[in-house]
Design a protein. Structure first.
Length: 261
């Protein structure tokens, strides 16, 4: 195994970062400083040290996380709490989030130390589908759905979105569904008049532009008030996970994702 791969899969840092550590003389193999990232080592018998501490090989790891709203998808932030704040009992060095979710978006977020896995899932040309459940102020008629499915402009001078899938679950007026909708996002509802049209459903996209789901629905007159990612490729969010909880992916789940890409 390459030395840089060993370090990346042992939670020392991402592949690019550990190459820098190696070149700067921070890594020893069997007591000798090695500055070549591509050097081959035996992960079972060689003793690898980083900054004087022996590194234990952990291998590739994959976490499923149920992200709550209100947290930034980043390792650290000067103002807001981040998704990494939920992993205090885990060594997250070298482990990173796969893609990202907006601060107010909930649901399925993956973490790994497998750079190739991340690249394959997020690479636009792979067309990996991601499905989101939404509640929005507004309504969706047949023409709106057709636009979303065929591709729609979501910004001045922007190209059409790739074809999407839309499945409307419920539509009507707010007073019919107010007990099902997340109250914290409903500051735009006039509490004296509950005749605001609302709609819920699932939108499946295969790309990842900034705020894409919200912008697509806004382009057909809908204002998203709740958004949750429920699947990536063939992997569904484990609904038994409470918000803020995580677990390792099973081998079956990993294989589902690998089949996707």
């Amino acid at each position: 195994m390459r030395l840089d791969k060993f370090l990346a899969e042992s939670s020392v840092g991402r592949r690019k970062k550990v190459r820098t550590y190696i070149k700067e003389g921070m890594v020893k193999v069997n007591g000798d400083v090695v500055t070549e990232p591509a050097v081959e080592i035996n992960e079972s018998s060689d003793v690898i040290e980083y900054l004087g501490k022996v590194v234990t090989y952990t291998g590739k790891v994959y976490y499923m996380f149920n992200k709550p709203a209100g947290y930034i998808t980043a390792r650290k932030d000067k103002v807001h709490k981040t998704v990494f704040d939920f992993f205090n009992d885990v060594n997250m060095n070298g482990i990173f989030h796969v893609g990202r979710l907006d601060k107010d978006t909930e649901g399925l977020l993956l973490f790994t130390n497998d750079g190739e896995f991340e690249h394959q899932l997020m690479y636009p040309q792979k067309h990996v589908e991601k499905t989101y459940f939404f509640w929005a102020l507004g309504s969706l008629d047949e023409e709106d759905r057709k636009q979303l499915e065929q591709g729609i402009y979501i910004g001045k001078g922007k190209i059409l979105t790739k074809p999407a899938k839309i499945e409307v679950q419920k539509c009507g007026i707010y007073k019919e569904f107010k007990h099902e909708m997340p109250a914290r996002n409903l500051h735009n509802i006039d509490s004296d008049q509950y005749n605001q049209p609302v709609v819920s459903g699932y939108l499946t996209i295969s790309e990842g532009r900034k705020h894409q789901v919200k912008r697509m629905l806004k382009a057909v007159g809908c204002y998203v008030v709740y958004l949750k990612r429920v699947s990536i490729g063939g992997l569904l969010l484990d609904e038994s996970l409470e918000k803020g909880q995580y677990r390792f992916l099973t081998e079956v789940e990993i294989q589902k994702l690998l089949l996707t890409i």
